[in-house]
Design a binder for this molecule. Structure first.
Ligand code: SAM
Length: 682
């Protein structure tokens, strides 16, 4: 354990080495050999299509700088810590994404982000100066306060339109974050990014560079149904949602990208109500109305009596369908068959421009007239064997006679889901939902809409992790909870939000909230608390999903960091050496050190840690499956014996607990080794 986040360059080199070992000489990439191996696939032409901007190189350097920062638990900001499967992190997302690399590399199924759109007035915060050298930047990102380095607050400024590098700054901000996000995705994972007209074109190109054009899943238009009132030109009423997979083929093989037809249940219910009337005797509603209004004789009613036919049922169903505001895909299911099934008709014509093979031209015979029905010009969509199967299953519908071309029948009950279309309509706002939680946010994304996207991109029962590192008000967290509530799923979220100060004139500030992250935490807390309470009330033991979340805060490492860059005299060198007599910073709490070790060992933040207490200060922290044990307060012969009994694979102990007694340390090492336990000191 080196106390740092994953080294991105080393990670890439090791991957390249795995695929092309021949391109390395003495552990360094041999460019000439690489060119030889890849032959014509290497482009050396300087005059080529590419995305470039001022500061791109520096943005890659920023990506490569590891962080030593860590995450400290915030028990007060959590709900049901022990059983929680969800995570909220307060902190700057670049550092958080770096800190998460070891624990969550390749573990996240779905990333959904809504970054600042770079409108010139939004809360886009970016590192001030990308033109400095890597060393200068490293220095700024280093430890703050104690060593007197610049604080994070000093490092960030809002991006304004007057700024000469307006788009460049935004791209430089997005590049390292997207790169790190991609690392966290599972091979079958995908990322979804909300964006508006300000940066959509640039973002598409950047995503092509980081994820590869071939991994584009699609560009969804979200029609909000409400054009912007302050538009100078075209009034935008939509936003874009760009979706990329880590590996499109794997993603599509694992994810069906479908969503439930919103109104399907309601349509089936209406059809069943109408179908129950089949063959009953009825008086049309209009006749009854006129009879009553004009006080007409009763024989009018008797004369108007009629048997309820399937045609009548279909006509009433059709009228109802037209009034419901259904999506095109839903409204097409506008027919009811003789068994009461709702269905739609679809052409069976060969879809391509070229003619179908001969086997696709066998005519269908009309069941009543016994004559051949017309064939589509370029043939049927299916070969004769499939057409016969469909016919046997009753899935082909004929017209009144042989002059009508037969069509395929799709039953609604067998097609309750539909593929996510490229245009989504959602115009609602969550103002009242948040008011019910007694909270307010500026422009939160709607939970219902976010929920439908999460459901399309994740599976309910695969413990899929959903990550949002521009969490804002915490809509993603809220939507994950709602998804699990509605399908009893076990999706989990990780949300990251900067402690950005909220407007001092806002009601929320007056109510005592200082930062957006505080508001986000409070929202998630209230959603969990309310959901847990209502689940408990229902006493439904099969469905009690919402449980809780663990809250963490990005902080400086608890370990002293060797500052070679500060040593310019013998005195400073001695200073650094004396600091390292104890590697732990003086004000570090054991619990924070523990979670730093958990994170930097690559364990998840949801790890369940058992506290084995021999007495008050003799504590062993044991991770799941006895993979690791930590000792941070005191080391005694009793602890040593207990460790041997618990038999973890690795035992990590603070070096200072041996009080410079090297003999004791060596003996411990040998004893643990004899018992198959790897021993490490820090
Ligand atoms: C557009 S808002 C997200 C809104 C969110 N989708 C919702 O429904 O409320 C973007 C959020 O990202 C946060 N943010 C901006 N830069 C950040 C950074 N470097 N690290 C973490 N959060 C950041 C901002 O504070 C802001 O709350």
């Amino acid at each position: 354990m080196d106390g740092k986040s994953l080294n991105i360059t080393e990670d890439l080199i090791s991957k390249l080495k795995e695929i092309i070992p021949g391109a390395f000489t003495e552990d360094k990439i041999n460019v000439e050999q690489l060119k030889q191996v890849l032959g014509e696939s290497i482009s050396t032409d300087t005059d080529r299509y590419q995305l470039t901007w001022a500061g791109k190189n520096e943005a890659y350097k920023v990506l490569q700088i590891p962080t030593t920062e860590t995450l400290a638990p915030n028990f007060n900001g959590s709900v049901n810590w022990d059983d929680a499967e969800n995570i909220f992190i307060e902190g700057e997302n670049l550092k958080v994404l770096k800190a998460l690399q070891k624990s969550y590399y390749g573990k996240v199924k779905f990333i959904s982000i809504d970054p600042p759109y770079n409108t010139g007035s939004d809360s886009f915060i970016y590192p001030d100066n990308f033109s400095e050298t890597k060393e200068e930047y490293l220095k700024k990102l280093g430890e703050k306060d104690e060593e007197g380095y610049m604080t994070r607050e000093g490092l960030f400024r809002p991006n304004r339109k007057e700024n000469g590098q307006f788009h460049s700054n935004w791209l430089s901000m997005m590049l390292p974050r997207l790169f790190l996000a991609r690392n966290l995705l599972k091979e079958d994972g995908a990322i979804l990014i909300h964006i508006d007209e300000h940066e959509q074109a640039n973002l598409s190109l950047l995503l092509n560079e980081i994820f590869g054009e071939d991994n584009l899943i699609g560009n969804i238009i979200w029609d909000k149904g409400n054009p912007k009132g302050d538009a100078m030109g075209i009034a935008y009423q939509h936003e874009s949602i760009l979706v990329y997979a880590k590996n499109k083929e794997k993603f599509l093989s694992e994810t069906d990208l479908s969503r439930k037809k919103k109104n399907a249940e309601r349509m089936l219910k209406k059809a069943s109500e109408l179908y129950k009337l089949l063959n009953t005797i009825d008086i049309p509603a209009e006749v009854k109305k006129v009879h009553k209004e004009f006080n007409l004789p009763d024989e009018i009613l008797t004369k108007a009596k009629r048997k309820f036919t399937l045609e009548e049922i279909n006509s009433q169903f059709n009228t109802w369908i037209k009034k419901q505001g259904l999506s095109g895909g839903e409204a097409a299911y506008n027919k009811i068959d003789e068994n009461g099934n709702v269905y739609r008709l679809v052409s069976m014509a060969w879809p391509n421009k070229k003619k179908a093979p001969d086997d696709y031209f066998v005519p269908l015979i009309h069941p009543v007239t016994n004559k051949a029905c017309p064939l589509p010009q370029r043939g049927w969509r299916f070969p004769t064997s499939t057409m016969k199967e469909l016919l046997d299953k009753g899935e082909i519908v004929f017209g009144a006679d042989h002059t009508v071309q037969p069509q395929r029948k799709y039953l609604l009950k067998e097609n309750m889901s539909e593929n996510l279309p490229s245009i989504l309509f959602y115009g609602g706002s969550d103002d009242s939902l948040l008011r019910n939680l007694d909270l307010e946010f500026e422009n939160p994304k709607p939970v219902e809409f976010t929920k439908s996207l999460i459901q399309a991109f994740t599976k309910p029962y695969s413990s899929d992790i959903v990550l949002d590192f521009f969490a804002g008000s915490g809509t993603t967290a809220h939507a994950v909870i709602e998804c699990n509530k509605s399908d009893n799923g076990n999706r989990r979220f990780i949300c990251v939000q900067l402690p950005e100060k909220i407007d001092e004139d806002s009601d929320m500030f007056k109510k005592g909230f200082v930062s957006i992250a505080e508001l986000t935490t409070e929202r998630i807390k209230r959603v969990f608390t309310n959901s847990n309470a209502s689940q408990a009330q229902k006493l439904n033991f099969n469905n009690k999903k919402p449980i809780g979340f663990r809250s963490f805060v990005l902080t400086a490492s608890n370990f002293k960091i060797w500052r070679g860059d500060m040593i310019s005299s013998e005195e400073e060198l001695l200073n650094q050496i004396s600091m390292f007599n104890d590697s732990i910073k003086s004000n570090s709490a054991s619990i924070n050190i523990l979670w730093e070790l958990v994170l930097k060992s690559g364990l998840p933040l949801t790890e369940k840690i058992e506290k084995v207490e021999l007495d008050k200060s003799e504590i062993i922290y044991l991770t799941e499956g006895h993979r690791m044990a930590f000792c941070l307060d005191k080391f005694t012969p009793e602890i040593q014996a207990k460790i041997i009994e618990l038999a973890p694979s690795v035992f990590i102990c603070l070096d200072s607990l041996f009080n410079k007694d090297d003999r004791n340390k060596t003996n411990t090492q040998l004893k643990l080794q004899d018992n198959g336990i790897e021993f490490k000191t820090l």
